[in-house]
Design a protein around this ligand. Structure first.
Ligand code: PHB
Length: 399
């Protein structure tokens, strides 16, 4: 906290110094003002590096497609690696605001990283675009936050309704033991039970270096109709490997969950055992729209054939939100004005139609029910049902 206050008051002092300078060096300052910086803070190394890689690639693709010039300003992206460590994220945010004079901070690959930084956005009055993290409370942590990713509750509740109505009666749930896992567990169970389902056991595994084996043994012994799983993007491959090694794929226990488990970044490496996995999620690289086909093609072309995943669209759409907000303010970078401009924005994303709820700054989007299938020799999440315009269940009633 002390650090934060220092950062902000130093920032004001610098700003004052800046305007005094501007009087004498108006030409130079005018030139400097042409650049609007966006600080993109992501885990580029460590277990969640795939999230950073995907979002950075998508943000850069958006800028390459639209050009860096927006509302008479030149947009500059400053990318920083927070290694997935909350204290580092917060420190980098402070430095970006104080030293680099960024007008927007963006990224935030995990919930704890977003939560540690939210007070900085509030105190510095700098918009914070959450492009990845998915716990419902995040948008309540600062009035300067807008989210272009998802909430776990959106997918988990949709999965709960679908499962109960489609022959799944008994479930064991298995989630990473931190906030988005707790949201997944809670909102799945509520929806599933409301439609007549029964949760036999709710298991939680450590977020860091999880060993799923003992938990999967308990699942096997409980013999539910389905195992509901949430692990964050980047961890799904480990779980799937152990699921298969333990023979759960052949035990008749279906694998269901939010789509983090069948992440497009790693899905194609899973092999035949993943075929048939049913998930509820916001994005599939196989989403059958013209916009998405063009997106996947351009993304792969620019990134050595890497397939875009659901994290990537959070980055791509986050850049769109920043560009369009700047257009609305005619290039003005006042934080409150930019956030105001973001509220209620609606557009077509590669994932489908999306909007930013004006009352909550939360994303509203379709949630698709998908099944892993082999298409042209590759594994994809093939969408077969759509629940339209899903609001975060926690905030659904807010006006
Ligand atoms: C999160 O920490 O909020 C998070 C990270 C990765 C996911 C989902 C949620 O796949």
């Amino acid at each position: 906290m002390t650090n934060t206050t220092t950062a902000v008051s130093r920032r004001s002092a610098l700003a004052l110094g800046g305007s005094a300078l501007a009087l004498g060096l108006s030409g130079l300052t005018a030139q400097a003002q042409q650049v609007v910086k966006v600080g993109l803070i992501l885990p580029m190394t460590g277990p969640f590096a795939s999230t950073g890689r995907q979002i950075e690639a998508a943000a850069k693709l958006y800028m390459a497609q639209k050009g860096a010039s927006v509302a008479g300003k030149t947009l500059e992206l400053v990318v920083k690696d927070d290694t997935g460590t909350p204290d580092v994220t917060r420190r980098i945010a402070q430095e970006l605001i104080l030293n680099d004079k960024v007008s927007v901070i963006a990224g935030f690959g995990l919930t704890p990283l977003a939560m540690s930084t939210a007070p900085i956005a509030t105190q510095a009055k700098v918009p914070m675009v959450v492009m990845a993290a998915g716990t419902s409370i995040i948008t309540d942590a600062s009035p300067f936050i807008a989210r272009t990713s998802f909430t776990q509750a959106q997918s988990a509740a949709t999965m709960g309704n679908w499962a109960a109505k489609n022959g799944v009666k008994k479930v064991v749930s298995l989630v990473s033991d931190y906030a988005p896992g707790h949201d997944s567990e809670k909102f799945f169970a509520e929806a599933f039970k409301a439609d007549g389902g029964e949760v036999l056991q709710s298991l939680r595994v450590p977020l860091q270096n999880p060993d799923f084996a003992p938990f999967l043994q308990r699942v096997k012994d409980a013999a539910p109709d389905a195992l509901f799983v949430f692990v964050p993007s980047g961890v799904g491959a480990v779980l799937m490997k152990q699921f298969i090694e333990r023979g759960l794929d052949k035990s008749g226990i279906r694998l269901i969950g939010p789509g983090d488990i069948t992440d497009d970044d790693v899905l194609n490496g899973f092999g035949e055992a993943a075929v048939g996995t049913i998930t509820a999620h916001l994005y599939s690289a196989a989403h059958p729209s013209a916009l998405n086909k063009a997106y996947v093609e351009a993304f792969k072309k620019a990134n050595n054939n890497m397939r875009p995943n659901f994290m990537s669209v959070g980055g791509y759409d986050g850049m769109h939100l920043i560009y369009e907000a700047l257009k609305k303010t005619n290039g003005a970078t006042d934080g409150a004005g930019l956030v105001e401009a973001m509220k209620g924005m609606a557009w077509e994303s590669p994932r489908g139609p999306i909007s930013i709820d004006a009352a909550t700054r939360e994303i509203v989007q379709n949630i698709y029910i998908r099944k892993v299938e082999k298409v042209d020799g590759e594994l994809y999440n093939v969408e077969f049902a759509t629940v339209e315009n899903v609001k975060d269940p926690v905030k659904a009633g807010r006006k």
